[in-house]
Design a protein around this ligand. Structure first.
Ligand SMILES: *[C@@H]1O[C@H](CO)[C@@H](O)[C@H](O)[C@H]1NC(C)=O
Ligand SMILES: *[C@@H]1O[C@H](CO)[C@@H](O)[C@H](O)[C@H]1NC(C)=O
Length: 222
């Protein structure tokens, strides 16, 4: 009786949460965690809620298996699958960090100022709630002029459904960008560090709010 009640309480919450196990490159879905560093919320699906936690980097599961490095052409579309419908309204943000030459991609720790923002979207000010939601896949485009080499690409979905208590759903994939140009974005931020709990983009009340959404973090550099 007790456990049935608990299950009934927990199931809807878990169903509303999600993680991002597969990449999508040239329309092809990878295996689970083939290129994405396995996240600590597999399988329970919950978010990071502390912006000062090291989990804000890649939400990695400790002792995760090694992930591979996927070759992706600069300028191409890059996607991730979601384990559940992304029911929480909130923005999508994409960051990249260059893995220093000669470093092992899988064991490289993205600490310090290494991240640049490549994309942000999802705000739909006229709608209620004022964000896209219920996606099963999310996409960005690898900057076409990016210097080739190994990168982590970090996706972040911020659930804003509980005012003042933002939820972060995060994944990092390991990619080798080929082609490209010579761009090396220089305005770099760290995770944790880039966000503060009081950022207007994290305290934004979504209900009945049709103001322009102030995305958290630095401006897009690509
Ligand atoms: C997302 O799905 C839920 C549940 O089906 C629905 O209530 C909601 O209106 C949907 N949101 C959007 C923006 O389509
Ligand atoms: C990325 O892939 C290309 C093409 O396979 C290869 O020549 C290059 O050495 C790889 N780069 C890195 C940093 O591994």
């Amino acid at each position: 009786m007790k456990s049935a009640t608990l299950l009934a309480l927990l199931a809807p919450a878990a169903m509303g949460h999600y993680f991002f196990p597969k990449t999508i490159v040239n329309g092809v879905r990878s295996n689970d965690w083939q290129y994405v560093r396995e996240t600590a919320n597999n399988p329970q699906s919950g978010p990071v809620e502390d912006v000062s936690s090291n989990l804000m980097r890649c939400y990695e599961k400790s002792g995760r298996p090694a992930a591979g490095v996927q070759t992706v052409a600069a300028g191409s579309r890059f996607g991730l699958t979601s384990s559940n419908s992304m029911s929480h309204p909130g923005p999508s943000l994409w960051y990249m960090a260059r893995v220093p030459d000669g470093q092992d991609v899988n064991s490289w720790v993205p600490s310090g100022n290494v991240w640049f923002k490549v994309d942000q979207y999802g705000s739909t000010p006229a709608a209620d709630p004022p964000f896209e939601s219920n996606m099963s896949e999310v996409y960005t485009t690898i900057p076409s002029n990016l210097r080739p080499g190994n990168y982590l690409i970090r996706y972040e979905h911020v659930g804003l459904h509980i005012a003042g208590a933002p939820q972060f759903y995060i994944a990092c994939a390991q990619i080798n960008v080929t082609g490209g140009g010579s761009a090396s974005p220089s305005s770099l931020v760290s995770f944790p560090g880039a966000y503060s709990r009081s950022d207007p983009g994290l305290t934004f009340v979504i209900y009945g709010n049709h103001n322009t959404y102030p995305y958290p973090g630095p401006s897009v550099s690509r």
